[in-house]
Design a protein. Structure first.
Lengths: 501, 451
């Protein structure tokens, strides 16, 4: 079996590369050499930044990039993250000077192109989700969730329904759901899942009350399972007077086939950096548009983009708006990328993407199923992702989900999401996306099988993984026990002789 | 229709058969029939057609390269050295997710650690997170953190605050029941110290910006910090990082938390986003425990070599869920790395020079604008300068635009007490002929109006 080798540079910190006197950039001179006196006590005294020339900066960051793994490096089946291929044309258009060099406060007549892009994107998202109006302002999924729950809050308050203080969240939900609800001031009530891995309707029934503000649901859920009772769930929540919120993290599993709006959802957030192919940049920027049904549109953040048939403009006149969740209009250059993707894919392409994402996940499920050490709890038919459990392996060999993940890295394969959702012990949450080839899926399965063999024959080998990456297994406990967060902290500890690395 | 992104489109039948499914429809047999739908969307297009179409749409924008612009008010035209863009577009950075697997993500982790370190040096504080969405959301998080830390629920900010930040802050604190109190400005356009003293009792935090929204350097910032601390409130400083080569580090005048906009480095304006808020605190265990956002730490691997990893995660939503310090998950990592690359490129001399050039250009701008407008405040401006006019600003704006110049940000809407004035901004990118052209255009416009 082929082995992978990641670049392994002993790359110092940029501060350690500093050589006094070097400069990396030549600044233009001031218009006029006016003397300006800064108030006493506010003059900068000391500035410990590194001093490097431009080629040294470029080499440093090139070395660092070589010690990083992205979608362009290989399969990246991180569950619930939808790490699909990010088309290069997205970058080409997003890097256009007509995107980069416009100021958000420019006269609307000078940014008609930008506003048109936002308006067009909104039209696509409305049809894809079955919603009536969108804000593109949220910077990421969690920022979108916060927007959504604030809208729920504003809606109930506006109706004088002030006792609705609870948001229901299934136990399989992303951590951001309860965190966002709590940020908006709600009490979070957890709903258990049933044996099939879906919302337990009896538990839901008993949790619903006149205190229920809404239910946040991911569908397909984080197990990759479609909530078959969704229409009944929507009915129950609405009957209780609550609103139904759709977490769009897993939209790829039903893309082009099913719309949250048709399943009874009132509010939706999407992740353009998941479903619509914008790159995730090692943690961000993302973009988390929020869509609502007609009766909620006046609560959206300001401004929204309008089109009167001739010109595009920003509308701040939403008296019931929740305000703003971020400065300006959102992560504009991310929106540009998403629109490029949507225009290329079109109706059929989006449907195909969703369909192949689901085919790939089920293909992998069926191929891996039955392999010693990996359990497959809950029902078999999945959408875009599947969650296996390494619990049998852990019990029988001591090899954990974490060890399996690390051993995958040795083969040039990104690990699945692990230990999530919390309701599956030793979870391995795999989302191949539609970008994976059949050979990659076969290889992924064969490596997981090989790791299973290793676990039962030479477990220490798996527990010692990885071996072929830039560094060996990283001590994350130490990082929390004795935090070193900046060069400043590091320097101090090193001077005291408390670190030797 | 983008099949060129979907390799297994060519193997559907074969793969279905291998796993015992008869059709793709069977993969969706768990979906209630009633909700399956044919979407009404345009057909897909070739990459070339979309390339043309997007270029046509974008042609409608006029950039600051095509017309001198004096817009600022929280977003500025800075020049970004070309190599920054090439480096952050390295696929391995660009297409990675959050570094959950540190062993194959050392590049991004080290780059973020260096970002934290560079910001730490700038603001003079030891602990920095790996970014918030922007300055405004960083302010919202700082207010929430101050309330958690002090168990008080009033937060003090200057009235001279960008409407973007004010509105973001208000949304962020609503659910936590935090009341925002706005301190007016004095005759110098700076925080009214006496008013602050009257209100500070019982406050969770006091926030001040250097320079403030009017571009003025707050001269009494040390005193403000002392007033906050005497009242046992946290002292939070918002700093424009491009000023920190010439202005004292907030950590050196008492800041417990420093926030600001990292995207002023390394990132173009992009119509306002993406951006990245920086968030730094003193090295105090109690403060660190209350921090929002991801934090990258240095540690070692099992062979004792230096390595980097996400640290202190028990504060975060994926572990603490409803009790997390913030809901943030995706942040603005690549924006932060771009900022770090730009900062490392500038170095201490470059950053100092940047600050000096902006300060001098702003001074030149003020000197020239004195001929055509009135500056309501006497002080030292960095980038932004409010200018008042005798005639309605929308007339001035219109006439300037006709002459191919974009004027400033109208202040009358959010700050009616300033009358017909606008906030003009200058940076190191501003050219002499732009300023001179603006002043002569304004002279003409005012003359025309008087006739």
């Amino acid at each position: 079996m082929e082995m992978y080798r990641q670049a392994k540079w002993d790359e110092p910190l940029i501060f350690e590369l500093s050589k006094p006197g070097r400069i990396g950039y030549t600044m233009p001179e001031p218009i006029e050499d006016v003397e300006v006196r800064i108030p006493e006590g506010l003059v900068r005294k000391e500035l410990n930044l590194p001093e490097l020339s431009e080629p040294e900066v470029v080499r440093h960051y090139t070395h660092l990039s070589e010690m990083n793994y992205g979608v362009d490096s290989g399969i990246y089946p991180l569950g619930s993250c939808t790490m699909k291929y990010n088309p290069k044309i997205n970058e080409e258009i997003a890097g256009h000077p007509k995107v980069a060099f416009i100021h958000p406060y420019q006269d609307e007549r000078t940014v008609q192109g930008a506003l048109q892009i936002m308006w067009e994107l909104e039209q696509w998202l409305k049809e894809i989700t079955g919603m009536d109006r969108f804000t593109l302002q949220p910077a990421a999924g969690a920022n979108g969730e916060f927007t959504g729950v604030m809208i729920i809050r504003a809606y109930h308050m506006d109706r004088g329904d002030t006792k609705r203080t609870e948001i229901l969240v299934p136990d399989s939900a992303h951590g951001t759901n309860p965190a966002s609800a709590a940020m908006a001031g709600f009490k979070v009530v957890e709903i258990p899942s049933n044996e099939q891995g879906m919302v337990d309707l009896d538990a839901l029934e008993s949790a619903l009350s006149e205190r229920t503000a809404g239910l946040m649901l991911t569908n397909p859920n984080t197990l990759g399972i479609f909530e078959e009772d969704i229409l009944r769930i929507a009915e129950m929540v609405h009957e209780a007077g609550g609103l139904l919120y759709y977490d769009g993290a897993n939209l790829n599993g039903i893309l082009g086939r099913v719309r949250p709006g048709d399943m009874g959802f009132d509010i939706v957030h999407l992740n353009l950096h998941k479903t619509f192919s914008t790159p995730h940049g090692g943690g961000g920027p993302g973009s988390g548009p929020v869509g609502v049904k007609d009766f909620l549109k006046e609560y959206l953040p300001v401004p929204v983009v309008e089109f009167d048939g001739e010109r595009y403009y920003l509308n701040y006149d939403l008296p019931k708006s929740i305000g703003k969740v971020k400065e300006f209009y959102g992560n504009f250059s991310v929106m540009v990328r998403a629109l490029v993707y949507l225009k290329i894919m079109g109706r059929e392409g989006l449907k195909e993407a969703g369909e192949i994402a689901v085919l790939n996940a089920n293909y992998l499920t069926q191929k891996l199923k039955g392999t010693r050490g990996y359990g497959l709890p809950h029902k078999e038919l999945r959408k875009h992702e599947v969650v296996f459990s390494a619990e049998p392996m852990k019990k029988e060999t001591g090899v954990s989900a974490l060890d399996v993940a690390k051993r995958l890295l040795d083969h040039g394969l990104h690990a699945p999401t692990i230990y999530f959702p919390l309701i599956v012990h030793e979870a391995l949450m795999i989302e191949p996306t539609e970008s994976a080839t059949k050979e990659e899926l076969d290889y992924y399965v064969s490596v997981l099988k090989k790791i299973s063999e290793e676990a039962y024959t030479e477990p220490e080998k798996v527990k010692g993984a990885p071996y072929n990456t830039a560094v060996k297994r990283v001590d994350d406990v130490l990082a929390t026990k004795r935090p070193i967060i900046t060069w400043r902290m590091y320097r101090e500890l090193r001077e005291k002789g408390e670190v030797d690395f | 229709m983008g099949k060129h992104y979907i390799p297994n489109s060519a193997h559907k039948g074969e793969m279905l058969e291998e796993i015992g499914f008869s059709s793709t429809e069977e993969l969706f047999s768990d979906v209630p029939r009633g909700v399956l739908k044919e979407f009404s969307l345009p057909e897909g297009k070739s990459e070339y057609e979309v390339f043309l179409e997007m270029n046509r749409i974008l042609e409608k924008n006029r950039t600051v390269l095509e017309m001198p612009s004096f817009l600022g008010a929280g977003t500025y035209f800075h020049y970004i050295p070309a190599h920054v863009k090439y480096l952050i577009e390295r696929s391995e950075f660009l297409t990675a997710y959050t570094p959950y697997q540190p062993e194959i993500s050392q590049g991004m982790l080290q780059a973020l650690f260096e970002y934290q370190s560079l910001i730490g040096e700038l603001v003079g504080l030891e602990v920095v997170n790996a970014s918030m969405y922007d300055w405004g959301s960083a302010l919202g998080e700082a207010a929430r953190m101050a309330a958690r830390f002090t168990k008080k629920s009033r937060f003090i900010v200057p009235k001279a605050l960008s409407p973007e930040k004010r509105m973001t802050l208000e949304t962020y604190v609503e659910g936590a029941g935090i009341e925002i109190e706005y301190i007016p400005w004095d005759e110098k356009g700076q925080v009214d110290i006496e008013k602050l003293k009257e209100s500070v009792e019982g406050a969770a935090g006091v926030y001040v910006e250097v320079p403030n929204f009017f571009g003025l350097i707050e001269e009494q910032v040390r005193a403000i910090g002392e007033i906050a601390h005497d009242a046992k409130a946290l002292f939070i400083v918002g700093a424009d990082p491009t000023s920190l080569g010439i202005l004292e580090a907030p950590g050196n005048y008492g800041a417990d938390i420093a926030i600001g906009e990292a995207a002023f480095f390394g990132n173009p304006m992009n119509f306002g986003g993406p951006r990245a808020g920086f968030f730094a605190v003193r090295n105090d265990k109690k403060l660190i425990r209350q921090m929002p956002g991801r934090i990258i730490g240095m540690t070692k691997d099992k062979e004792g070599r230096r390595a980097f990893v996400m640290a202190l995660q028990t504060r975060e939503q994926h572990i603490r869920r409803a009790k997390a310090t913030s809901n943030i998950c995706s942040n603005e990592a690549l924006v932060a790395v771009a900022a770090a690359i730009h900062l490392a490129t500038l170095g201490p001399k470059g950053l100092k020079k940047l600050g000096e050039v902006i300060l001098k250009n702003t001074a030149y701008f003020k000197k020239r604008m004195g001929d055509v407008g009135k500056m309501p405040f006497d002080g030292i401006n960095f980038k932004d300068v409010p200018v008042g006019f005798e005639i309605p600003y929308d007339v001035i704006h219109e006439r300037l635009l006709e002459r191919g110049i974009h004027g400033g940000y109208y202040l009358g809407k959010h700050f009616p007490e300033l009358g017909e004035s606008a906030l003009f901004a200058v940076t190191e990118t501003t050219r002499k002929e732009w300023v001179d052209g603006l002043v002569s255009a304004l002279g003409e416009i005012i003359n025309e109006a008087e006739l």
